[in-house]
Design a protein around this ligand. Structure first.
Ligand SMILES: Cc1cc2nc3c(=O)[nH]c(=O)nc-3n(C[C@H](O)[C@H](O)[C@H](O)COP(=O)(O)OP(=O)(O)OC[C@H]3O[C@@H](n4cnc5c(N)ncnc54)[C@H](O)[C@@H]3O)c2cc1C
Length: 447
């Protein structure tokens, strides 16, 4: 019998699990974990597959959580919302909006699941805001013994810190409770300025807007600066349509990337200059989640590294000649964002205010070289690769970059001594689980 296959959103990674299970209730998750553990199979949970690496793949049992979705409860008095793990962030935000509530800060993607985003250290931008895990007040997860447990701030601090960024290795999250705030509007402003001038005042710039980001086409000397800030003013007319400017920009990247392959790299700047100005870049105001996120239909590959904020400008300066040499006329801009630090053992922002440098390339094979070269440069700046994006770092490289690495490993050994929630990729980036796990005989192999 042919096995079901599962692929990531980017389509570059997939697997043929021994069993593909789509639970619709926590009891089914418990059953699946117990059955797998009993028969010596490993288990991985998956959301919408928006990670770019092999993190969610398995030759054992794949629990696709996308059918386990929806809001469980809103506690207005506590300012909290509890959702099923497979709920897309956009679905949650729309439901909150209907109730006059919102999440404080989110990334750019509405489609990914709450649990998938949390598990890989997902972040938006803003120096007053840590990654998404900072908004989480409780989680419930099914551990390797098949028991569903609630974990919150009153528990062992190592456990509470670890379960909020765990790469799916501590168990299957079933519900996540997040802090929510009264719904609010955001004003988005765009302007362009010379890259060098902005890098000179990078840390100051990072604090000037509540949610700042910049996009830089590496073959140009100017950056496009996005500033997003709270406002009490009402939404501007036709505001919901304005978010599609970013979508159109992504489509433009896809088209110019293809044109560059056919017509030569030199066609990319030509097309960019013509197609780039089709939509207005005047400020607009809309409800928060529609400003934070935008539809992203064009599939690509991305790597993102988290650096100490104070070293981010130097890293971008070092990246410039490398990207110009290799990615001459890349249609995709380098995206730079920031966040507050936190204290989670595997958080990308652990212990420091953080600058995130994201490099995107088309999915064509030769482009991987650009990501490798960028990774090589950023490595010199105490960089931590985004857990959900493309990178080549192994546990040996990563462990010294996370001061609480051992705290996480202690919790992992405690909750999953036999490596039920392991896969080859998790072993590569976190190190192998204790020897007993090595005796497991997974059926088949991830592709
Ligand atoms: C277009 C696009 C835009 C993006 N934008 C951002 C951004 O703005 N900011 C940012 O930080 N990142 C961003 N990312 C990266 C993205 O946030 C992560 O890759 C995230 O993990 C995707 O969530 P998912 O639901 O697709 O999870 P998957 O890719 O399916 O899984 C990721 C990990 O989560 C684990 N997991 C999933 N569900 C569970 C569960 N129920 N219990 C335990 N573990 C689980 C999996 O085992 C795996 O280890 C973006 C990615 C894309 C493709």
């Amino acid at each position: 019998m042919q096995r079901s296959t599962w692929r990531t959103w980017s389509g570059t990674v997939g697997c043929a699990p021994a069993q593909l299970v789509r639970p619709t209730g926590e009891d089914e998750i418990v059953q699946a974990v117990r059955a797998a553990a009993g028969s010596g199979l490993t288990v991985r949970a998956a959301g919408t597959g928006h990670s770019f690496n092999r993190l969610a793949t398995t030759p054992g049992v794949l629990l696709d959580l996308t059918s386990y979705s929806g809001v469980v409860a809103v506690d207005r008095a506590a300012g909290e919302v509890t959702v099923r793990a497979g709920t897309p962030i956009g679905v949650l935000c729309r439901e909150l909006d209907r109730q006059g509530l919102a999440l404080e800060n989110i990334g750019t993607l509405a489609e990914q699941t709450v649990a998938g985003a949390l598990s890989t250290g997902n972040h938006g931008t803003g120096l007053a805001h840590p990654p998404l895990s900072g908004q989480v007040t409780r989680v419930r997860l099914v551990t390797a013994d098949g028991v569903a447990r609630d974990v919150g701030p009153g528990d062992d601090p190592d456990l509470w810190g670890s379960v909020r960024t765990a790469l799916g290795t501590l168990g299957v999250l079933t519900t996540v409770t997040l802090r929510c705030v009264p719904a609010f509007n955001l004003r988005l402003r765009l302007h362009s300025e010379p890259l060098d001038a902005l890098l000179e005042r990078f840390t100051h710039w990072a604090g000037q807007s509540e949610h700042p980001s910049l996009n830089w086409l590496p073959w140009t000397d100017r950056v496009s600066v996005r500033s997003i800030d709270r406002t009490d003013e009402p939404a501007t007319p036709r505001a919901p349509l304005r978010r599609y400017a970013s979508t159109l920009d992504e489509v433009r990247c896809g088209i110019t990337g293809q044109a560059g392959r056919v017509g030569g790299a030199g066609t990319v700047p030509w097309l960019t200059s013509r197609v780039g100005g089709l939509w207005p870049d005047s400020p607009y105001i809309d409800t928060s989640h529609r400003v934070f996120t935008f539809p992203q239909p064009v599939r690509f590959l991305a790597m993102e590294h988290a650096l100490p904020l104070a070293r981010t400008a130097d890293a971008l300066r070092a990246l410039r000649p490398v990207l110009r040499r290799l990615g001459a006329y890349s249609p995709y801009s380098v995206l730079v964002r920031v966040s507050a630090g936190d204290d989670l053992p595997l958080s990308l922002a652990h212990g420091r205010d953080t600058g995130y440098v994201n490099v995107t390339v088309p999915r064509t094979a030769g482009q991987i070289e650009i990501l490798r070269a960028a990774e090589h440069v950023l490595r010199e700046y105490e960089a931590r690769p985004h857990w959900g994006k493309a990178h080549t770092a192994t546990a040996e490289v990563l462990a010294p970059r996370y001061p609480r690495w051992k705290d996480f490993q202690r919790i992992r050994t405690l909750l999953d001594p036999a490596g039920v929630f392991s896969n080859e990729y998790a072993d590569k980036v976190l190190g192998p689980v204790p020897a007993t796990a090595r005796d497991r005989a997974p059926a088949g192999a991830a592709q």
